[in-house]
Design a protein around this ligand. Structure first.
Ligand code: GLV
Ligand code: MN
Ligand code: MN
Ligand code: MN
Length: 394
């Protein structure tokens, strides 16, 4: 809690509430400096990989390491725990192990992945996707933020060389096993009365951009019958998303940008972003198809056009069952929970044995300022993480 309090002032967003900390922006860089200082103070050696992920090594770096960590960026107006809890717990777990006189007998690292939320450039898990080759470097480098700053420019400003960005076989080989601790983003552990659990699976999920074009015009002088208003079609997309997401699927429009965006202006275009998730690929694709069909019909009816672009996607992740069961065993048999939230652990799970620990969230709220975890549960998370790391590193 002291560590979280240390960074409580960094990236606090009085306008939205909570925190706005985005990949390679001023506050995320400040958090990276904080992490580097905290890790160095513990005698860890910090290096930054080609894709902007930070690695703090306890002992010499090497292949097949036990790696733990998370991310320091947030969604716009996010909570204090999503990301930082996993990083802080990793550092605290090092302290716990060291206090026991433990010395890792194989390579061991704490990692901070870059731009996990995609809050700035739109693609979640950017650092781990680049590392594993889940996104092409050319595609990643030309992504831009709302000010038009590209990933290439932001990385260069942070001291990285855009020419070196992309799949990193050396970094990937160094990960023998990855464990990410995370605040739970639902009420599973509350309902089960447990402070800590392990993750079983992640829903298939992705992001799609709907660009609706119409005719910009005057709000007072244009008769209703003469309008080609893309906001009308956009509104129908939002409603179609709610209707399509049945049987456990989820569909959200959390961002909608009218152009030019004036109260007395019929917009000439509206961009909106759909986040869709479901149990498997087929169901997720079916949900997006249904919403896309509704968008085409709504656009046609309004004399507009619409294009749909997939911006990122990942199929269902089922975490390594043997690893999950063995970690649960180390913890005395904690519950295993599925989650609808995406994580760097989900990207890495396709490449190396990967597990997640969840810490109880009393309200279940996440991606919002009300996100919370009690100090006792955070402490239980650190103890649990230290126990599983000790087991994995021996
Ligand atoms: C990231 O946290 C996501 O699930 O969108
Ligand atoms: Mn998140
Ligand atoms: Mn997270
Ligand atoms: Mn996430």
């Amino acid at each position: 809690m002291t560590s979280l309090a240390d960074i409580a002032g960094v990236g606090a967003d009085p306008r939205r509430g909570g925190y706005s900390r985005h990949g390679f922006d001023r506050v995320e860089l400040e958090l990276r400096t904080w992490f580097t200082e905290e890790a160095t103070r513990r005698g860890l050696d910090v290096e930054c990989d080609r894709n902007g992920n930070l690695w703090a090594w306890w002992g010499p770096p090497g292949d097949g390491a036990v790696v733990t960590g998370s991310h320091l960026d947030s969604v716009p107006g996010g909570g204090a725990f999503d990301g930082p809890l996993g990083v802080v717990s990793a550092l605290e777990a090092v302290d716990v192990l060291r206090a026991k006189g433990f010395v890792p007998s194989k390579p061991f690292a704490v990692v901070v992945f870059a731009e996990e939320e995609g809050g700035r450039f739109g693609v979640a898990c950017l650092g781990s996707r680049l590392l594993t080759g889940a996104i092409a470097p050319e595609a990643a480098l030309r992504l831009s933020d709302s000010d038009g700053v590209t990933v290439a420019e932001a990385m260069a400003a942070a001291g990285l060389d855009p020419a070196l960005v992309g799949p990193d076989a050396v970094a990937l080989r160094r990960i023998g096993v990855f464990v990410e601790l995370h605040v739970e983003q639902g009420r599973g552990l509350v309902d089960l009365g447990a402070a800590v659990g392990v993750a079983s699976s992640i829903l298939a999920h992705g992001r799609w951009r709907f660009s609706v074009r119409g005719e910009g015009n005057h709000a007072g002088a244009t008769l209703m019958v003469d309008r080609r208003d893309p906001m009308i079609a956009a509104a129908r997309v939002v409603l179609a998303a709610r209707q399509a997401a049945t049987s456990g699927a989820r569909a959200t429009v959390g961002k909608l940008v009218p152009n030019p965006g004036g109260t007395n202006v019929i917009p000439s275009s509206v961009d909106l972003w759909l986040d869709a998730r479901a149990e498997d690929d087929a169901r997720t694709r079916a949900v997006v198809e249904e919403i896309s069909a509704a968008a085409s019909a709504a656009a046609a009816e309004e004399g507009c056009s619409v294009t749909v672009t997939e911006e990122s996607y990942g199929d269902t992740v089922v975490f390594d069952a043997a690893l999950r069961d063995s970690l649960s065993g180390v913890l005395g048999g904690v519950p295993a929970l599925p989650t609808g939230a995406g994580h760097d652990a989900g990207i890495l799970a396709g490449h190396v044995p990967t597990a997640m620990l969840f810490v109880r969230n009393p309200t279940g709220v996440s991606h919002a300022p009300q996100e919370h975890a009690e100090p006792d549960d955070c402490a239980a998370g650190v103890v649990a993480l230290a126990a599983v790391l000790e087991e994995l590193v021996r």
